[in-house]
Ligand binder design. Structure first.
Ligand code: GSH
Length: 214
């Protein structure tokens, strides 16, 4: 049994979509980041980096960092076909794009969402936000140019990278506008939203929940 520590519209979306796709047994534990629960001692024992998502593994260990979780889940469930396995010719592209999404994508979304954390004083916040917005658009331009498949990131078909990039697109404030100008990305995001695993994950992440740590 896996345990997914999650928060509304957080990076746990891609992990839950993978768990659903795999057909794994898992339970959900909501962490109220607004109340600072990710900074509390109980949670820091689970993830010392104080971040969501975290995946509790069968046997008691826990793993943070979205890219690490995606890679591990893919390796533990190769039959799912969600990630190219070691030795697969697509493995290098998978690792490369996963790393790009985790850095240029996820980290930039943090600058857009919380510019105050990247500014030394209040007067710099607006500039940080403006540059974050511009970098986020640049990231989605890169995604648009790099989609190999027809409605999927890699030509081989639906996989974890599709769940990941579709999740990053959920966080764009002008999602419809950005996707309207990027047809390949829009097709991918539409296809992903139409899949049952991702739709289930998105539904979970849109509904407020009660804390599981309180
Ligand atoms: N590098 C981490 C970033 C995860 C992250 O920043 N998650 C956000 C929620 S989407 C978070 O936990 N933020 C806590 C905070 O901002 O203090 C990953 O890829 O998993």
């Amino acid at each position: 049994m896996y345990t997914l520590y999650w928060e509304q519209m957080a990076g746990s979306i891609v992990v839950q979509a993978m768990l659903e796709s795999i057909g794994a047994d898992y339970d959900l534990r909501y962490v109220d980041m607004g109340a600072g629960e990710h900074q509390a001692p109980a949670f820091l024992k689970i993830n010392p980096a104080a971040r969501i998502p975290v995946l509790g593994l069968p046997g008691g260990r826990a793993l943070g960092e979205t890219a690490a979780i995606v890679t591990l889940l893919g390796e533990r469930h190769p039959q799912s076909g969600l990630t190219p396995q070691p030795g697969d010719p697509d493995r290098a592209a998978f690792l490369f794009w996963l790393s790009v999404m985790a850095t240029a994508g996820y980290i930039t979304s943090g600058r857009v969402g919380h510019p105050e954390r990247f500014a030394r004083d209040d007067s710099a916040i607006a500039q940080v936000k403006a540059q974050g917005d511009a970098d986020y658009v640049t990231f989605f331009d890169l995604m648009e140019r790099s989609i190999e498949g027809d409605g999927h990131f890699l030509a081989r078909g639906l996989g974890a990278l599709d769940f990941y990039v579709a999740m990053l697109a959920e966080w764009i404030s002008d999602r419809d506008g950005v996707l309207a100008e990027r047809p390949a990305l829009r097709k991918l995001c539409d296809r992903v939203r139409d899949t049952a695993p991702y739709a289930a994950a998105l539904k979970t992440h849109m509904i407020p929940a009660a804390s599981a740590l309180a």
